[in-house]
Design a protein around this ligand. Structure first.
Ligand code: IVH
Length: 667
């Protein structure tokens, strides 16, 4: 049984090695590979039999493909053992201390280098000239990629020797990588050309280096960092830090390093780099700790595939594998039905994740997610965790279909033409939509009503106490006192918060209404521009388009919101209950026209009369339809008739369209 499991794991890992190293197209995340490898390691130990040399625990990479000529490295390229937590770093320090005995003191130095996420190459220099460049391959021999390597600007064709004599033969080792900028540019280009995009910079770098046409490699903008030497490097330097300086003098790019004396200092630097990771121009997947002194390194030697004097401390994986328990259909504020994966909790990118949105049915189908699926979950930086795709998709898998009806209120679903999303047609009679609308209405950037959390909203809706937003201002607070957890204090705080929200600003009120495409910034722009709810309600598309940031789609959405009877009714009831959105004061009081009674007459060419009227109203102007002694200004367009005459008779100030436009643009 144990033997069978070991054999199965070896076969599986060999396949993943082949996919990663030879095809540049891994199908599982690195963290999953590491997990499988560790599992194999521990099973092999448990079995206690000699481990065959070709076991993935004993080898590095995969045998080179035969597309490129195989090249034997003069000295084998090793790999690094991994540490995943602090205790493994402490154990590393302890092993070194034990191995070195008295030679290990408080002043023994470790050097810390970022672990670049690219691919290792071996560069052979003869009398200072680059002769052969090969990928790592299986560690003993790799693929000849010399022509492609020559396109990388960080790699000198001829080593810069300066005052020094360069060694007759020197193997320089390092990592070929692709910067984040080049990676994004490449993927944009791939997409524009209808070609598949690369999953990450490492794959992109590997794929680019293994091109048959070096012209293509040249366009990919690869980079290189040197971090070590092989044959010919024995007596060049006494330590890793000296070696890096020397390699730099020879013309190679090297990374910034730090020194440490113990695991505590190693871990402090690790934390620092983890914070800098996002902002770095290239991807790193961990930190490498190396004993700095070469004599000491030599005394410790290597085991199987990795040296004893170095270890890679990996960052929390940004991609992991977990299992989907179920697909849940959520109903959003605007009725959009969203599939959400409920998963076995898993740590990814430093947080534990158990839910991730699948956005829409199309995406769910593309990613082949179903209940029971094993999926890759990704979370990089601060971004929301996402399901990348399912792996090992079961032949008999049953993919969830879009529900036929709203999963909450059973109303039918519809799809707006040109949109991917399906929506519930229940509107506010769908309790899920209502709850979401209310949540949004009371939220921080909106009406900011404290004490009305998700649970209370859900209960108020479920108990029929809230049937729409306007209800909020006619709550029967008395009846709430019978509810558990609703003490007098809580109720009175809630009452105060609801009352106070009545004088919330116009911008927040608009945002709270939840008009599609109108977020807080657009709401603020609308409030400043129009100055009153009435003006916005009446504004036609042209008037709306005059607001900075408002494009045709937003304008249409605003118009459609205010032309729906139900919405107008809710707004009316809110106002009736005493909600009185506060207009931005600055504009109303400081505009030269505010407070004036103005009559418009004749026809205008650059602006529609109605739109002008609305905008004037927003500025605090009182528009009137006939001229009287109370009129402050008459704005006369072309073919103005009797009103102009009357204004002249009464000695009223008369302005033309140009002046009107100037006033409306007035800031
Ligand atoms: S030293 C014997 N230093 O990580 C030591 N490797 O997981 C050999 N890598 O094969 C490697 N950055 O491809 C070293 N600063 C660094 C590195 C680094 C990235 C890669 C390299 C290596 C792999 C091991």
């Amino acid at each position: 049984m144990l033997k069978q499991r070991i054999e199965a794991l070896r076969v599986c890992l060999k396949e993943h090695n082949y996919r990663y190293y030879t095809l540049d197209a891994p199908i599982i995340p690195d963290a999953e590979y590491d997990r499988l490898l560790r599992q194999l390691e521990s099973l092999e130990t448990e079995l206690g039999e000699p481990i065959p040399a070709d076991s993935p625990t004993q080898t590095v990479g995969a045998i080179p493909s035969n597309t490129f000529r195989a090249r034997e490295h003069t000295e084998a390229l090793l790999s690094l053992a991994n540490a995943f937590d602090e205790s493994e770093v402490e154990a590393f320090e302890q092993r070194i201390a034990d191995g070195l005995g008295e030679a290990f003191t408080q002043d023994t130095l470790f050097i810390i280098e970022p672990k670049v996420d690219g691919l290792a190459v071996n560069l052979r220099y003869e009398r200072g000239n680059l002769t052969i460049a090969a990928t790592r391959g299986d560690g003993r021999s790799g693929e000849d990629v010399t022509d492609n390597i020559r396109t990388i600007a960080d790699i000198p064709w001829q080593m810069h020797s300066g005052e020094m004599t360069v060694p007759d033969l020197l193997e320089v080792r390092g990592e070929v990588y692709m910067s984040k900028t080049s990676f994004n540019a490449l993927n944009t280009l791939q997409q524009a050309n209808g070609a598949a995009s690369f999953a990450n910079p490492r794959n992109a770098a590997a794929g680019s280096l293994r091109q048959l046409d070096a012209k293509i490699t040249a366009k990919r903008n690869l980079n290189f960092f040197a971090y070590g030497v092989g044959a010919g490097g024995r007596d060049l330097a006494a330590s890793q830090s000296e070696l890096l300086d020397l390699l730099h003098t020879f013309g190679f790019a090297v990374q910034e390093t730090a020194m440490a004396k113990n695991s505590k200092e190693l871990l402090a630097r690790y934390q620092q780099l983890m914070l800098q990771r996002e902002a770095m121009p290239y991807e790193i997947d961990g930190v490498v700790y190396k004993l700095n002194n070469f004599d000491m390194q030599q005394r410790l030697g290597a085991v199987a595939r990795s040296p004893r004097w170095a270890i890679a401390h990996k960052f929390p994986a940004q991609e992991v594998v977990t299992t989907v328990n179920d697909i849940i259909w959520q109903v959003g504020r605007t009725g959009v039905i969203t599939p959400v994966a409920d998963m076995q909790p898993v740590a990814v990118g430093g947080v534990t994740v158990s839910r991730a949105t699948l956005h829409n049915i199309d995406e769910l189908q593309r990613k082949q997610v179903y209940a029971g699926a094993r999926v890759i979950v990704r979370r990089a930086g601060d971004v929301i965790p996402e399901v990348v795709k399912a792996i090992d998709v079961d032949e008999n898998a049953v993919f969830p279909a879009l529900p036929e009806h709203c999963p909450v209120c059973a109303a039918s679903l519809f799809r707006v033409e040109g949109e991917v999303a399906w929506r519930c047609s229940g509107g506010l009679s769908c309790s899920a939509q209502l709850k979401e609308r209310l949540r949004h209405f009371v939220s921080r950037g909106a009406m900011d009503i404290e004490g009305l959390g998700d649970k209370l909203i859900a209960k108020l809706v479920d108990e029929g106490k809230l049937t729409d937003i306007a209800n909020l201002y006619e709550l029967d607070y008395q009846s709430l006192s019978a509810w558990q957890g609703m003490g007098e204090k809580k109720i009175s705080n809630l009452y105060t918060a609801v009352e106070q929200s009545k004088t919330q600003t116009l911008a927040r009120f608009l945002h709270a209404l939840g008009i599609r495409h109108v977020g807080s910034a657009t709401s603020a722009a609308l409030a400043t521009h129009f100055g009153s709810l009435d003006a916005i309600k009446l504004a036609d598309e042209d008037a709306l388009l005059a607001v900075p940031d408002v494009g045709p789609e937003v304008a249409a959405s605003i118009r459609s919101f205010f032309s729906e009877a139900h919405n107008l009714n809710v707004i009316e009831r809110l106002l009736e209950k005493g909600v009185s959105p506060q207009a931005p004061k600055i504009q109303l009081n400081s505009h030269p026209l505010s407070g004036k009674t103005i009559v418009l007459t004749g026809s205008f060419s650059a602006i529609q009369r109605r739109s002008a009227q609305e905008q004037l109203r927003a500025l605090g102007v009182k528009p009137a339809s006939s001229v009287s002694k109370n009129t402050d200004i008459l704005i006369a367009g072309e073919k103005a008739g009797s009103k102009l005459k009357k204004a002249q008779e009464l000695g009223i100030e008369i302005a033309n369209e140009d002046q009107l436009l100037a006033w409306l643009d007035w800031q």
